[in-house]
Design a protein around this ligand. Structure first.
Ligand code: ZN
Length: 345
């Protein structure tokens, strides 16, 4: 085999171990996919767009000094270096002059710990998102905020993963159970949050039923902005608690399909993640409710609240119904309860 052939083989072997390492990372799939695309140099950077003759000017939209290749925007651009200098020291030490992003990735994967690798994946993707934001006229996120967001996302992901494993261990996820009315004298509150790409707002749904399954109140609500799913669910829980307080309910059983939120509220520990901070707000609000509990319900059994959240999302709707409810949930409510319903048409 010739020297160049040998070098090629070793690069291929090295690359295949990098793909393996990327897929084994405990980070959201969206981040693994991003790294994979960046390594294959298929991101629509200015240089790649020029190659396809879509644009004329390949210069970096952030610094304007160099051509915008993948390795430039994610590693060499002063704007990227700022963010990497906030991150872990091991990541900072990987100052390579690789011409391709994959060379940087190989070095980082050879030198860094699993935790650093997770941060590397998160920061890389957020650098790209920030670049897109600026290109589309948005604000330039401060490097500290960018790194902080990556750290929080990692924390949220590992927590969700942990909860999933615990549930698998106890068999909770495999249990087949319909919505069940609360204990006698209690009300049950189901809530959910919905979002859709391209919409500038999120939808929330809350449904309160008594121990016979009768609807006490239903609520559709919207909030401008796009929160991460678990934070949105936490906000939905807060909305549900506010509704209970407004109605003066004192024996309340809250039920939602967001494990991370439920765990955070039920935990005595202080948690500084976004979900944790919102959980602290929820706990504070719950203090004025005499008896409460908060439990998990599988998503497919939370369909009434889910439908209300969708109704809010699709119609940008803010409305509360007392002792009645919108027609779109009548079938769900009727199958989950045997007494006649007071449905609105
Ligand atoms: Zn630049």
């Amino acid at each position: 085999m010739e020297a160049s052939g040998l070098a090629e083989t070793s690069i291929r072997q090295e690359n295949s171990s990098v793909w393996k390492a990327i897929w084994n990372l405990k980070v959201p799939n969206v981040e693994k996919n991003f790294l994979w695309r960046a390594c294959h140099d298929i991101l629509p950077s200015r240089v790649n767009l020029k190659k396809k003759k879509i644009i004329e000017d390949p210069s970096c939209p952030l610094c304007g000094r160099e051509q915008e290749t993948t390795v430039h925007i994610l590693w060499q651009c002063p704007s990227a270096m700022d963010a990497w200098s906030v991150g872990s020291t091991r990541l900072q030490k990987c100052q390579t002059n690789g011409l391709d992003f994959i060379q940087i990735v190989v070095e980082v994967f050879n030198k860094c710990s699993q935790e650093d690798l997770k941060m590397f994946a998160g920061i890389s993707r957020r650098l790209w998102l920030r670049r897109n934001e600026v290109v589309h006229g948005g604000v330039f996120l401060h490097p500290n905020t960018l790194v902080q967001q990556s750290a929080i996302a990692i924390q949220d992901f590992s927590k969700a993963h942990e909860v999933e494993q615990q549930c698998q261990a106890t068999g909770e996820l495999g249990m087949s159970r319909n919505w069940e009315p609360p204990e006698r004298g209690w009300v049950k509150i189901n809530w959910d949050a919905s979002c859709a790409k391209g919409k500038g707002w999120m939808g929330y749904g809350v449904l309160i039923r008594d121990d016979q399954g009768n609807v006490v109140a239903a609520k559709c609500s919207t909030m401008v902005g796009n929160l991460e799913a678990s934070v949105a669910e936490a906000r939905g829980a807060l909305l549900a608690v506010h509704l209970c307080k407004n109605l003066g309910l004192n024996w309340v059983h809250l039920e939602g399909d967001a494990q991370v939120v439920i765990k955070a509220v039920n935990s005595p520990e202080v948690d500084w993640s976004d979900v944790g901070l919102m959980a602290a707000d929820i706990k504070k609000e719950l203090q004025s409710i005499r008896h409460w509990r908060l439990s998990f319900i599988r998503r497919e059994r939370n369909s009434a609240a889910h439908t209300l959240a969708q109704l809010a999302l699709n119609n940008y709707m803010d409305q509360t119904w007392l002792n009645e409810f919108p027609a779109c949930i009548s079938q769900i409510v009727n199958t989950e309860c045997t007494t006649p319903r007071n449905v609105l048409n």
